[in-house]
Design a protein around this ligand. Structure first.
Ligand code: DGL
Length: 274
């Protein structure tokens, strides 16, 4: 043991984060900014993307495999960043690890923000058809009125990096116009890819609708669990590691990842077989 008593590692292990692809990097970025001491291991299941068009059984199976993989990498907790996956996996403890999904944090945040209790939800087909947000929000407040919209074209636009593009603006407007007629004051971006298109979404909604980002909401939950000591922090003066792993190799992924994560910097990129 060294003589430097300032280095007290309480739990050095990384926090595992997984998503079907690049979208979960929006969640990783929030977490990395909020917890500058923590190590992170990100798994993007790019070989099996998209999840949002798959059946609940298949998505559940992918979740179990991703969790098993991250557990074998010795993570201390797992964040299911993907909304489509979160909708099928509500356990808060699994395989001996604390598990976090984004549905409840996003739902709670929406209820904190709304004034008129009229809340819109954007998501993949799998997320919207699961009714996970509707059920969770209405369990928390039965008076809330929920208006759902599937947006299957958003994920490819985000994966293509077409944020702030005139074509994206048009597609966003087409999906949102029906929702905006419902007099919603809050809109949950219920997919990790959607914050990448946030400028286009905000352009359609205008300033009277508050956008809820589940990545920001889950960071607040983690903070509470560090305070309550469900999770132990990493305490060290050595730089932390942010490792990004995907199940398929793509140069495009790494380039887009650097852009999404900025100003957070990944320590390494790699490919894994799970
Ligand atoms: N990242 C997924 C989500 O949050 C959407 C992408 C996909 O369909 O795989 O729902």
């Amino acid at each position: 043991m060294g003589s430097d008593s300032t280095i007290k590692t309480m739990d050095e292990r990384p926090i595992g984060v997984f998503d079907s692809g690049i979208g979960g990097l929006t969640v990783l970025k929030e977490l990395a900014l909020q917890f500058p001491q923590e190590n992170f291991l990100y798994l993007g299941d790019t070989a099996r993307l998209p999840y949002g068009s798959k059946s609940p059984q298949t998505i559940r199976k992918y979740c179990e495999q991703n969790i098993e993989h991250l557990k074998n990498q010795n993570v201390k907790a797992i964040i299911i960043a993907c909304n489509s996956a979160s909708a099928q996996f509500s356990e808060i403890q699994y395989a001996g690890l604390p598990i976090y999904n984004v549905i409840k944090p996003g739902s709670q945040r929406a209820l904190e923000v709304t004034q008129n209790l009229r809340i819109g939800i954007l998501g993949t087909r799998a997320t919207i058809q699961s009714q996970a947000y509707t059920n969770t929000i209405q369990a928390l407040n039965p008076n809330a009125q929920i208006f759902n919209q599937e947006c299957p074209l958003f994920v490819p636009l985000a994966e293509e990096g077409w944020d702030n593009d005139p074509i994206t603006n048009l597609i966003v407007f087409r999906y949102l116009s029906r929702l905006l007629e419902k007099n919603i004051d809050t809109l949950v971006m219920g997919c990790t890819h959607y914050p990448i298109l946030k400028n286009s979404i905000a352009r359609s909604t205008g300033s009277s609708v508050e956008l809820v980002d589940s990545g920001e909401a889950i960071a607040a939950w983690l903070q509470e669990d560090f305070i309550s000591q469900r999770l132990s922090p990493r305490v060290s003066e050595t730089p932390r590691n942010i490792e990004i792993r995907t199940t398929d190799f793509s140069e495009h992924f790494s380039q887009l990842a650097v852009r999404i994560l900025n100003p957070v910097r990944a320590s390494s990129f790699g490919v894994v077989d799970i």
